[in-house]
Design a protein around this ligand. Structure first.
Ligand code: F6R
Length: 269
């Protein structure tokens, strides 16, 4: 069954709880799920929630493997600003995942960056493809580092970040000269191949990107809009990120009907 779901919740905590619920469901259904992961500020509350649930024994990553969307080009994995370090710090070191099963599209010493994409794609394929992909969204609608006008059929490759993305991520770097302007990112076609996609968005600064991606035409100018073509995608957001949606009331109404349906299905007799 295909669906594009728009779920609007009060705030970032509720978004994190709902994201964790969906991921828990996925891991219970398939303990060796292949998860696609994102970095940035948005998933931090979700990762906190997952760490707690893992500590309480409600969730286990023991059999799972993970593929991150992107990694900076020019930073070594051990660099504090690399996405590998981010993942270790905010998730991997605090849950029961086997680190050998966690992958990022990093470029090793002496490796030709152009080889990284095809190798990463082959690795994803060898694990059977991504079952559950978590995404954030840039203010310009990027997913992964697929900046506006990225090919909608792109695969994992090197991308030049826009000046806006470099500026938005400046906060993570103490020294501007060490901030990379190139990254290796899964392509849009790679992301579309995930069996299920959950895009998280919080804060008013994402409202315009959400409006264009959920309700606008599918366009390479707003890369996340391509998710409208995905068979099973959920846009999960807080009220602030939803504030520019034209059909906001309708999405709330649909959610209410879905809750009623669930009540009917679980009612005794
Ligand atoms: C990060 C990534 C990016 C971010 C996006 C939003 O791995 O792929 O697309 O999801 O830049 O970043 P935040 O959450 O920091 O606003």
């Amino acid at each position: 069954m295909s669906s594009v779901d728009v779920i609007i919740l009060k705030d970032i905590e509720d978004v994190a709880m709902q994201g964790a619920r969906m991921l828990r469901h996925q891991l219970r259904k398939k303990s060796d799920s292949v998860l696609g992961l994102a970095t940035g500020s948005t998933p931090l509350a979700l990762y906190e929630q997952l760490i707690q649930e893992c500590a309480n024994g409600r969730l286990s990553f023991r059999c799972a493997s993970t593929f991150n969307l992107d990694e900076y080009l020019g930073l070594q994995p051990g660099d504090a600003q690399s996405y590998r370090s981010y993942m270790q710090r905010y998730l991997f070191d605090k849950v029961d995942i086997d680190i050998a099963n966690t992958y990022l599209p990093g470029c090793g010493d002496g490796e030709d960056p152009k080889d990284v994409g095809p190798r990463y794609e082959a690795l994803i394929r060898s694990k059977g493809g991504i079952d559950f992909q978590i995404l954030g969204i840039g203010q310009n609608g990027h997913i992964g580092f697929n900046e506006p006008t990225s090919s909608l059929s792109s695969r994992t490759r090197i991308k030049t970040l826009t000046r806006e993305t470099v500026a938005a991520n400046r906060r993570f770097f103490t020294d501007a000269t060490s901030q990379p302007q190139l990254a290796i990112t899964m392509g849009i076609a790679t992301i579309l191949e995930a069996a299920r996609v959950v895009l998280l968005a919080t804060g008013e600064e994402k409202a315009e990107a959400i409006r264009a991606s959920v309700e606008g035409p599918v366009s390479a100018m707003w890369p996340a809009s391509v998710l409208q073509l995905h068979p099973q995608v959920t846009f999960l957001m807080d009220e602030a990120a939803a504030s520019s949606l034209t059909l906001r009331d309708y999405y709330h109404w649909v959610a209410e009907q879905n809750r009623r349906l669930a009540d009917v299905r679980t009612a005794p007799g």
